[in-house]
Design a protein around this ligand. Sequence first.
Ligand code: ADP
Length: 490
Amino acid sequence: MPLRICFIASEVTPLAKTGGLADVAGALAKYLHAAGHDIRLFMPLYGQIDRSTLEMWPVEFLQDLPLRLGSHSLRFSVHTARLPGASTMVYLIDCPKLFERATIYSNAPDEHLRFLALTHAALLSCQRMGFAPQILHCNDWHTALAPLLLKTVFAWDTLFKSTRSLLTLHNMGYQGVFSAADAADTGLETSLSRLDYYETSEGRVNPLKEGILHADHISTVSPTYAREIQTQDYGWGLDGVLRDRAADLSGILNGVDYEDWDPRHDRFLPKHYSPTQMANKAQLKQMLQQRLGLAVSDKRPLIGLISRMTLQKGFDLLFDALPALMAERDFDIAVLGSGEARYEEFFAELAHRWPHRVAFHRGYSDELSHWIEAGSDLFLMPSLYEPCGLNQMYSLRYGTIPIVRRTGGLADSVQHFDPQTREGTGIVFNDYDATGVSWALNTALDLYAQKVLWRKLVKNAMAQDFSWQRQVGEYETLYEQLLAQPRKPD
Ligand code: ADP
């Protein structure tokens, strides 16, 4: 049955992306639309969005609309455009005062206001369009107040009378907490007392927590992460509320858009390959080594790494382990990423010390990320926690063996290779410590040296299917289940 879905996200691939949320939003919109659903996708019209190639049309009856949030009098307009690479449309909320900033996310004092405005604007647009969503799908803290808004300031409108809300948690580490002194910015007006009392009495508003408390259902981006966040180690202080809502909490692994990520036709690559035609992978490795100034060698394993550089990604484990291993064993590393200074400095120093063995490209580059996926033999993700993770799934497709820690989506998508049974798709380590990661790297390097086993491992990896087509079916089932259930009582 075709469904009406209002989908709100702070970033959407390929228009604005800092991480996996954008990939999920873009892919879900694209595939849900292709499956025949009426999905209305809302996101901010950021200053960063390249308008030279994007054909946008103003939505006639959604221009220069007033929006009052607390003491802020804002105005917004809505433009629509075809989401590049898809046939679905996206609604872009134009409010230059909030969205024309140097970066997609900022540490500005009005950060909460920016995304509250997005959430309100999306719901107001639904009203003006006469669009009655059956599912309101919000994502992360930015849009997590939508379920509470639906129950309060928008409750009068029968348009939303059968709407069910779903909050997808892409990362518990970001909760969007702001001062209770700004609580009126939520636009809750006379319903301000509905905000969680524990938080407001401590002087805070926690948007993510509000979403968890009020959404009809909560999903996360992998089954393991859905379990992990109910524990103190992974719950970031919200494990208690998540345990309370365990019956309404599920995990759906993200998918991969194989139109973008497949070595058979990757548009960024000068050569292509497939499980039965692997010669070009070796050539791509050589080209990558040349491009990055690494020693060109077919024999030495090359380990790729592409990441935001934050605590989450587990690089602290490498501070001692990697230099020690570099001194002991033959392998090279290609690193792409940026983030916290201590990690950037670590990789910069490593590259300085071993210029022909370590390449560090500081920054963000879609193009180089595809080259690294294709040209590397191994891919390292030693994450402290990983809600889903995408690069390990890309790596599998590219025959680039992932070395991962057993957490979140990494645990759900990579199976440790057993040389006895010859089953498995990567190298998986359990303990978050230097011994664990060193063991994993050594195991991977040993396997690389055993060509018959290695070829089998690569074959297993490349046979994996994490396509969105499959995962979208899981969201459709969840939406249907939600509609069959009564709304969560207040
Ligand atoms: P997260 O959302 O925590 O950053 P994910 O693995 O879910 O982690 O998604 C990260 C996405 O961002 C992947 O598509 C990855 O390739 C991409 N990415 C991360 N850093 C960079 C970078 N420096 N250059 C290009 N792509 C990057």
